[in-house]
Design a protein around this ligand. Structure first.
Ligand code: DLL
Length: 441
């Protein structure tokens, strides 16, 4: 399809691919996988060694069914080959670099050729169109621009679509609001926690959603719950869509949400996704929860094979009302790295978020984990809204009790609830910091 061809773009950006029959899609995936493995084996010494060790040769790869023969790639492999050891093209062909430091450990570097950037633009354009977007949109990008992939990815997407990109980047919230009002932004792209903050600031400044023109938001880069979605939709009077991605694989746009808002379609013409048992590495059938593993099948500069994301999700091929045939992944509930093991119980910060929002508390919270002797303790700091706040001890105690009981019944562990004053938990302009784990110190 010709880029920006509006007639064909009402519902999909690249209809033929986004709605392709499964057999066609899988045939394409098989061909692209075989080519990629061959190329990677030839060009990347590290992969060649790993495949030789595993006893797999490119000739053994005939179709996607052979994917499981390939060894996994781990974040550690990227660190071991820092900075350029996994690049599959000479640096002259690399036109852009991005990096991610993550919450722990040394940063990793990824590269893109011109063609890679085109694909990145296309998949982010698909995400914008899936929200009802077109060249008439003004796409306000408040993800950070820089080594982080968020800003540039959505920027490329807006431009590939022929929409107007507004590269605001993150931070300076009063300025964000002025731009929303004055430039008439129609789509907001940022982390969900920042969207929540922008909404809060808008109302606090005495403005209403009548003064802005937003119709949709494309939020990702961190785990967020359905309750948070409702909260943001109400606060900004928009439809809030999820977008998933990670630096190692491309950045935002690996998967995108459609009008059904029940999970994200993986761009299967560029990435193959598997769900595995994180302990054994066994590939799990559709519908089972496990770790998401991605293989790049069109990337030129940095094509990872079977990359272990540590993100926990579920895949489904159930027919989607939007007509897209790409497999759908559930909202990842968090990285297995974010998962806390407290007194032997697995706890995701997003579970706490669900509990709080369901009870009507604001989405500002922090988990503090300590070890006293050999015992783990969990404290949950919960910010009260102005209306909830009170000087009366019995009112505060009632809040504490309510939250403590809900947490115990959902998470199955006891937590100390500490109520804090309105505005005392730091707001984030990027990925929110929900956990302070003092056990590793
Ligand atoms: O966060 C890329 C991105 C930018 C995605 C903007 C979406 C929007 P990294 O900094 O490498 O890249 O972090 C990747 O963030 O493995 C997930 O754990 C988490 N993540 C990303 N999107 C979502 C999402 C970008 N929609 C890591 N829901 C991933 C939950 C998400 N977690």
């Amino acid at each position: 399809m010709i880029r920006g061809d509006l007639r064909k773009m009402e519902q999909y950006f690249q209809k033929e691919i986004e709605t392709a029959p499964l057999e066609e899609l899988q045939k394409m995936q098989s061909e692209r996988l075989v080519d990629t493995v061959k190329r990677v084996y030839e060009k990347v010494a590290y992969y060649r060694e790993r495949m030789d060790q595993a006893g797999v040769k490119p000739e053994d790869m005939k179709s996607i069914k052979d994917l499981k023969k390939l060894p996994f790639t781990y974040k550690q492999d990227l660190r071991d080959t820092y900075p350029y050891g996994l690049f599959a093209v000479p640096l002259e062909e690399v036109v852009e670099l991005h990096a991610s430091s993550g919450t722990t450990g040394k940063q990793i570097v990824v590269g893109y050729t011109k063609h890679d950037l085109e694909i990145w633009g296309d998949i982010c354009a698909r995400a914008i169109v899936a929200t009802g977007g077109s060249c008439h949109d003004k796409v306000h990008v408040s993800y950070g621009y820089g080594l982080f992939t968020g800003g540039f990815g959505l920027h490329l997407g807006a431009q590939a679509l022929g929409a107007t990109a507004i590269p605001v980047s993150s931070g300076n919230t009063p300025r964000q609001i002025n731009i929303l009002k004055d430039f008439g932004s129609t789509v907001l792209c940022c982390t969900p926690s920042y969207a929540q903050y922008i909404g809060e600031s808008l109302h606090e400044g005495g403005d209403t959603t009548d003064q802005i023109h937003l119709r949709a938001g494309i939020f990702g880069a961190e785990a967020w719950t359905e309750q948070m979605r409702k909260e943001i939709e109400k606060s900004l009077n928009i439809k809030a869509y999820d977008i998933y991605g990670l630096t190692e694989i491309m950045g935002p746009g690996v998967a995108y949400e459609c009008s059904e808002q029940t999970g994200m379609h993986v761009n299967e013409d560029h990435f193959i996704v598997e769900v595995i048992n994180p302990e054994t590495g066994e590939v799990l059938p559709e519908g089972e929860q496990g770790e998401l593993v991605f293989s790049c099948i069109t990337k030129e500069a940095f094509p990872l094979l079977r990359y272990r994301t540590r993100d926990i999700g579920i895949l489904t091929r159930k027919k989607c009302s939007c007509g897209r045939t790409f497999i759908k992944m559930s909202k990842p509930m968090g990285r297995s790295d974010d998962m806390l093991i407290i007194k032997g119980v697995n706890v995701f910060p997003s579970q706490v978020e669900s509990v709080l929002l369901e009870l009507g508390y604001p989405p500002h919270y922090q988990l503090v984990v300590n070890r006293v002797g050999t015992m783990d303790t969990l404290e949950i700091r919960v910010e009260l809204s102005q209306e909830m706040f009170s000087d009366a001890v019995n009112v505060l105690q009632a809040h504490e009790r309510k939250i403590r009981e809900a947490v115990r019944s959902t998470l199955g562990i006891a937590a100390k609830i500490t109520l804090v004053e309105p505005k005392s938990i730091e707001r984030s302009i990027g990925k929110a910091k929900r956990v302070i784990d003092n056990r590793q110190k």
